[in-house]
Design a protein around this ligand. Sequence first.
Ligand code: HEM
Length: 128
Amino acid sequence: KQYGTIYDAIGGFETIERLVDAFYSRVEKHPNLKPIFPDDLTETARKQKQFLTQFFGGPPLYIQEHGHPRLRARHIPFEITPTRRDAWLDCMEEALEEVNIEEPYRSVMFDRLTMTATHMINTPEDEK
Ligand code: HEM
């Protein structure tokens, strides 16, 4: 392959799996996130592994099973305030660190996730 992807550079699916597991083990303990997630995160984590694989340039696993992500629409049932966005990103930042993703990939990944997370905000702070 002439141009590498972030997915390949960080170690492929195995690394995505470790990242997503590290992420949800934080989400399920986070007081602000816990209430909007299901108690059993097995299926959520499985879908997120598929999604982040394609998001970072790997095979289109999510689309193959679930069709177009329509991420913002899929998040409408959940009240996502700026505070929840920050909480999600804090969990992700710690997960990227735990899994030891190297620079410059870590920052590039975090920046892309920050843009997407900001796009998911659907509830102003005072309506929480
Ligand atoms: C699903 C919350 C940002 C990707 C979900 C679910 C919740 C949630 C509650 C449903 C879990 C379930 O029922 O299984 C949030 C919050 C965010 C956020 C609070 C803060 C901004 C993001 C971002 C991405 C993302 C930035 C992608 C980079 C997904 C995916 C699913 C999902 C792929 C599974 C969709 C499906 O059911 O097929 N999220 N999310 N989320 N989220 Fe997020």
